[in-house]
Design a protein around this ligand. Structure first.
Ligand code: FAD
Length: 490
């Protein structure tokens, strides 16, 4: 097969080398449903609309239940007004708290419709909304009752705490939720180790659980109508089942039946390790190139930790592979993994996979270690020569991760492989290196990928870089729904 090396200039002193070779893949149509014998699963677009509508429908339904049990009947006095809206805010807060739990239960159709990134952002917004409504509920109900009670404000608080069923548990639940919210504020979050933050975050489940008894035992809106009682019990049960099934049972059964073990640990660079695991019937997992799993390696210290890594090679029926940069203790320890170690996984997760593609031309756009899922996508995407470009931004050529593999794959598949190296731009947030400071971000992108606006884009890299890259893509005319991102940090 004849090949050519194409050199691009994106400025007087920046040069990118790309390799372009003759086609090998007969698969050109993005609607194709199999590649290398591996099924490519499409994600129906209506899943997203449906799950979004379900969320708003839930809030409307809860409001309708409140109205039907005399919601606005008692707004004539200031006390009645506060109690009335105190009940409503409490109900919506509970509904959103359940949505919170459900969003993180990793229910496959929700996860595939939105992707972890999007879900995490929604989870954050819904979480803060639910928490604020819960605070409003506590304040309004207390003031509302105190306004009509001879006990006064403090007497009402004591009365609530001591004489209302489930109230002490609800206070404990509120404190647990306060802890989760305080540690989730970005500044606090950045100062904590991931494990500590994650452990505290699990108290959110406790908070939701502890709030339940006071709702079911004393909440007028839970008890007044049979429909409301059935609805709330079912909603709590559905969330509990979703968490137990998808966060615990499915991953455990999957890991045990596939009998995963480490079969190769390859040191790619001083700070990069590639791990291959093998097991049985792995195509039952339904994993696609570019998706990620949460990995836990048994038989070593730190086995309680679970870390997310994206597949850096297309999965096969017997192997899964990822490539990790050593950032902290967990990732550095990968280099010392023993062949034969047992592996537990959760996943596959994420929307960075061939199934979301809607356009024939593709740009795989990555920075640093973010190239690992792109390597897998390059291997698995159905493509004709010239349809796929992989654009990798690195500080220096010596930092190229999986460079040789990508070069060989690009040659085999007829893809373009472009490396843009150089130090980070100072003075402005840009996806380009300092050496291209004379170019604006969109012009730089268009010089390397002139038809970028027609491409489906897969994007992964460091947070700040991704913001600049996404803005350049949008500026160059790529529609938002043709850009698929994976963030390597929470
Ligand atoms: C969806 C996803 C896919 C990823 N894929 C890759 C990959 O293919 N290759 C790669 O090198 N890195 C990948 N990462 C990043 C990788 O998970 C972290 O670098 C790794 O977990 C760090 O763990 P540590 O113990 O070495 O470092 P620590 O010092 O414990 O953590 C360093 C930072 O890594 C992040 N982190 C740690 N543990 C987790 C966790 N369980 N979940 C989410 N973030 C965590 C936190 O932001 C933390 O501040 C991915 C991250 C995510 C969220």
């Amino acid at each position: 097969m004849a090949g050519t090396q194409v050199r691009h200039r994106i400025g007087p002193d920046i040069e990118c080398v790309s390799i372009s070779l003759a086609p090998v893949s007969p698969l050109a149509d993005p609607a194709v449903s199999s590649v290398n014998g591996f099924p490519v699963r499409r994600v129906p677009r209506w899943w997203r609309d449906f799950s979004g509508a379900l969320l708003w429908g839930l809030v409307l339904w809860v409001t309708a239940l409140w109205m039907s049990s005399g919601g606005l009947n008692d707004v004539g006095s200031i006390g009645g007004f506060m109690s009335t809206f105190g009940r409503l805010t409490g109900l919506v807060a509970s509904a959103l708290l359940l949505v919170q739990v459900f969003l993180m239960a990793r229910v496959p159709f929700v996860e595939q419709a939105w992707g972890q990134d999007h879900l995490t952002r929604i989870h954050r917004v819904v979480g803060f909304a639910s928490f604020n409504l819960m605070l409003a509920h506590i304040v309004l109900i207390t003031l509302g009752y105190a306004a009509t009670s001879p006990l006064g404000l403090w007497g009402t608080i004591v009365d609530f705490t001591l004489n209302y069923a489930g109230m002490l548990l609800a206070i404990a639940g509120t404190l647990a939720l306060c802890m989760v919210v305080v540690t989730s504020v970005r500044r606090a979050r950045r100062r904590m180790r991931y494990e500590s933050w994650h452990l505290i975050h699990l108290y959110g489940y406790l908070g939701a659980g502890l709030a339940l008894p006071h709702q079911l035992w004393t909440g007028a809106d839970f008890l007044q109508s049979r429909t409301a009682t059935i609805f709330w019990w079912s909603a709590y049960a559905a969330c509990a089942i979703a968490v137990l099934v998808y966060r615990i049972a499915v991953p455990l059964v999957m890991s045990l039946t596939s009998q995963l073990r480490v079969v190769e640990v390859r040191r790619d660079a001083e700070d990069v390790t590639t791990v291959t695991v093998a097991g049985r019937n792995l195509d039952d997992l339904g994993a696609q190139a570019g998706q990620f799993f949460n990995w836990r390696f048994l038989g070593r210290s730190g086995w309680t930790r679970v870390n997310p890594y994206s597949l850096s090679a297309a999965p096969t029926s017997t192997t899964l592979r990822f490539t990790a940069k050593h950032l902290g203790d967990g990732s550095a320890a990968l280099a010392r993994l023993k062949v034969g170690s047992r592996v537990l996984i959760e996943g596959p997760y994420g929307r960075l996979h061939p199934g979301v593609r809607t356009r024939p031309k593709v740009l795989l756009f990555a920075a640093g270690i973010g190239v690992t899922p792109m390597r897998a996508l390059l291997e698995a995407l159905p493509q004709e020569a010239g349809q796929v470009t992989i654009l990798h931004r690195v500080s220096a050529q010596s930092d190229l991760v999986l460079g040789d593999e990508i070069r060989a794959l690009a040659a085999e598949r007829g893809a373009r492989y472009v490396v843009v190296d150089g130090h980070r731009m100072t003075g402005r947030q840009s996806w380009l290196p300092q050496r291209a400071a004379h170019l604006d971000d969109v012009a730089g992108l268009r010089q390397i990928v002139p038809d970028v606006a027609e491409r489906e884009v897969y994007l992964c890299g460091a947070e700040a870089w991704m913001v600049a890259a996404e803005s350049a893509l949008r500026g160059a005319g790529v529609p938002a729904d043709a850009i698929h991102v994976e963030h390597f940090a929470l």
